[in-house]
Design a protein around this ligand. Structure first.
Ligand code: FRU
Length: 523
């Protein structure tokens, strides 16, 4: 009895506060569990939602079904982090209710209390999401998706749904979802963008409760191989020239460049009501063709954080690291799917036009451990250049001379003979990831494949920045101009890197291999 009391006491004062460590090490033993990418502790996850920074915390809400590892009645799961890398899991934020499941959406900080939800000087965090009525969908009506809001006065820990929901009623459009809200300073109005079938709609509001239709965009431009989802809209300034433009992200499923889900973008101008595609950019994305945020298979429904302080000024992006072609059947047991690395987004322009640049956030750097440097040298093709042991997490940064012909690649290999290749094909001017032999792929005929990324701009070299986690590779080629994200499920972790090439030798300009540490499950 006394012993029991002592144990309870020790627990409560934190001496036995081993739960977090236990969870972290248990997670290291779970097959395919990413070690520095966000995953739900258990059960099903899809899109990132409600990403907002507030009082030192990055909030990540996400599409979550707590009762199964496959998609079901959607909730908003919740986690917070001081750095977007170390996450603390919090209780579910939003539960389905009489108006339906809680589909994707965004969150803002209502600093001026335009909603009137604020009380006693507490600033409201407001979530804007889609209510999806399952009864409506089953009954075959068209207006079963509507936009609603909820607010929190305690940093997202507890939520009150607005009694006037929905705030935007569906006029009879079957796919009508995924609101992202921003404050438009020039017109002093809130702006909402969301997907409506094969285009986006824009609305404006003084108070997040009453909304007026502004315009729509997209019927004549971009990829239309599937339904549009999860848009985002933000202003960006090109650092070198000071030129300001608006960037719109739109996810599409299916219709991605390598099949299934992917996210396209548009560059133009926005006056608070109407988005006008830049005339040069319009030529690049006539209906049926698109520019992609990430040309790999596994970066979907990504959007950017709101309320990042001006002193920081970054545009920070996170995507769901999966693809609807196989998301519900990937071979993980306790949980399903992960998020991409958080990334900065920048806009650039050259003679070919505007383009986005994505790079991992600098907050990943503290995970870096032992570094191995390679000076300029010639490698024989097919030679092993690096071997590494657990935890098998790696950052690779290498610059090669562009070979005269054929291709050049890095092969990440394990003791089972499974591998994934990441490289560049010279004549096609394409980066590629080949995961055909990267492990288990029985679960979907669409999984084992070779994926390509257009990179038909002028290059001085082949520059590969690669982040390898247990079950994913993220390639940021040419300083983030061409990005590919692919997941895989090898029997054992990769532990060897070799160089492949068509030419007999390979000229390296420089290279570093940096071992990465697991982020653990919590702070
Ligand atoms: C995108 C999406 C959204 C929707 C949510 C449902 O992956 O289909 O359009 O709101 O997932 O979970």
């Amino acid at each position: 009895m006394k012993f029991k009391i002592l144990v309870v006491l020790l627990f409560s004062i934190g001496i036995f506060s081993c739960t977090e460590k236990e969870t972290a090490s248990a997670k290291m033993d779970e097959q395919h569990r990413p070690q520095y990418h966000f995953t739900p502790d258990s059960m099903w996850m899809n899109d990132p939602n409600g990403m907002v920074f507030f009082e030192g915390e990055y909030h990540l809400f996400y599409q979550y079904y707590p009762d199964s590892t496959v998609w079901g009645p959607m909730h908003w799961g919740h986690a917070v982090s001081p750095d977007m890398i170390h996450w603390e899991h919090l209780p579910i934020a939003l539960y389905p209710d009489s108006l339906g499941y809680i589909f994707s959406g965004s969150a803002v900080i209502d600093i001026n209390n335009t909603t009137g939800f604020g009380r006693d000087g507490k600033v409201p965090m407001v979530a804007i999401f889609t209510h999806h009525s399952m009864e409506g969908e089953k009954a075959g009506v068209l207006d079963y998706q509507n936009q609603s809001i909820a607010y929190s006065l305690d940093k997202g820990r507890s939520w009150t749904k607005y009694e006037g929901n929905p705030v935007i009623k569906n006029p009879g459009i079957k796919d009508f979802r995924d609101p992202k809200v921003l404050w438009h300073e020039e017109s002093k109005k809130w702006v909402m963008i969301f997907a409506a079938a094969d285009r986006v709609r824009l609305y404006h509001s003084p108070d997040l409760k009453s909304w007026e239709f502004s315009s729509e965009f997209g019927a004549e431009f971009g990829g239309h191989g599937g339904v549009w989802e999860c848009p985002d809209l933000f202003s960006m300034t090109i650092t070198e020239t000071g030129e300001q433009k608006w960037v719109m992200l739109v996810s599409i499923n299916p219709g991605g460049p390598n099949g299934g889900s992917a996210t396209q973008y548009f560059v133009g101008d926005f006056d608070g009501k109407e988005f006008k595609l830049d005339s040069g950019f319009a030529k690049e994305v006539p209906k049926g063709s698109a520019k992609w945020v990430d040309q790999g298979k596994d970066n979907y429904a990504g959007v950017t954080w709101s309320n990042i302080p001006e002193t920081d000024g970054r545009r920070l992006f996170l995507g769901w690291m999966s693809n609807w072609q196989y998301a519900t059947v990937v071979p993980t047991k306790k949980w399903r799917s992960a998020m991409t690395l958080p990334r900065t987004m920048d806009l650039a322009k050259d003679s070919t036009g505007y383009y986005l640049i994505s790079k991992p956030v600098k907050e990943v750097a503290p995970l870096e451990g032992e570094v191995t440097n390679f000076s300029a040298q010639k490698f024989d093709r097919d030679s092993v250049i690096f071997q590494f042991a657990e935890p098998n997490l790696l950052k690779v940064d290498m610059e090669f001379e562009i070979p005269a012909s054929g291709m050049i690649a890095l092969r990440f290999l394990n003791d089972e003979g499974e591998y994934v290749d990441v490289g560049y094909a010279v004549a096609d001017q394409q980066y590629f990831i080949d995961r055909t032999f990267a492990g288990n792929s029985d679960f979907s005929k669409e999984f084992a494949d070779f994926h390509t990324a257009e990179a038909d701009y002028k290059k001085e070299s082949v520059r590969l920045l690669i982040y390898l986690d247990v079950a994913s590779i993220e390639l940021f080629a040419d300083d983030g101009r061409t990005v590919m994200t692919d997941i895989f499920f090898p029997k054992k972790p990769f532990n060897t890197v070799s160089v492949l090439a068509s030419e007999s030798d390979v000229n390296l300009k420089f290279g570093t291999f940096t071992k990465l540490k697991p982020a653990g499950s919590g702070k």
